[in-house]
Ligand binder design. Structure first.
Ligand SMILES: CC(C)(COP(=O)(O)OP(=O)(O)OC[C@H]1O[C@@H](n2cnc3c(N)ncnc32)[C@H](O)[C@@H]1OP(=O)(O)O)[C@@H](O)C(=O)NCCC(=O)NCCS
Length: 178
């Protein structure tokens, strides 16, 4: 049976969201960020952080920064109880649109070598593995795969992004009109 896509809104992250964001962070990662790290990021003008809200509950969040023509995804997570419902994908599309709005041409990220689910999501959006950073994650001594999506400013990439957003919106409308 098809999973019902939740009604979510994607909004800028606010200081008042941090407890809920950190609760998800703690459920998704072995070493969640300290609150101060988020506070610093929320005051960083090169950065943009967003949350996915379902009703009054935060169910996911993500962040990126853009400097010159390069963007970097710093974090992306969905509440484990709400995964598999296209929330991660909608957050990623919004991050990439924000990077484009800020004139990025390339976007990178690090992901744990064992994290096949996230790598599959990133590959779907044009990211390719370009390097391995050995022992990057000190908590588990795991390697990081460095992934890049290049030339995201080109029309072909922006078309793909717009089509994916449209597909998700159509899927959402179909599932909610039944
Ligand atoms: C990675 C993560 C953000 C994906 O979010 P999600 O809302 O569960 O994923 P979505 O429903 O949007 O799925 C989008 C794509 O992700 C991949 N994916 C999601 N669940 C998957 C699964 N169980 N197995 C394989 N691929 C999967 C697929 O490519 C999927 O596209 P498809 O449905 O067309 O196959 C989420 O699993 C998560 O928060 N994980 C823990 C934190 C984390 O690892 N963050 C990334 C750090 S770099």
């Amino acid at each position: 049976m098809a999973v019902l896509l939740p009604v979510i809104s994607i909004e800028p992250m606010r200081m008042s969201d941090l407890d809920a964001v950190r609760a998800i962070d703690g459920r998704c990662y072995p070493s969640p960020w300290y609150k101060n790290a988020y506070v610093t990021e929320l005051t960083n003008r090169s950065a943009s952080y967003i949350v996915a809200r379902e009703g009054d509950k935060i169910v996911g969040y993500a962040g990126q920064w853009t400097i010159m023509d390069e963007a970097h995804i710093t974090t992306l997570a969905v509440d484990p109880a709400r995964q598999g419902r296209k929330i991660g994908e909608r957050l990623l599309i919004t991050l990439m649109e924000e990077a484009l709005y800020r004139n990025a041409s390339h976007i990178s990220l690090e992901v744990r070598e064992s994290n096949r689910i996230a790598q599959s999501l990133y590959r779907k959006y044009g990211f390719e593995a370009k390097a391995l950073r050995k022992h990057y994650y000190t908590d588990t001594d795991e390697n990081a795969v460095v992934m890049w999506a290049n030339d995201i400013h080109l029309p072909a990439f922006q078309k793909m992004l717009a089509e994916r957003r449209e597909e998700l919106e159509t899927l959402y409308r179909q599932r909610h009109s039944r």
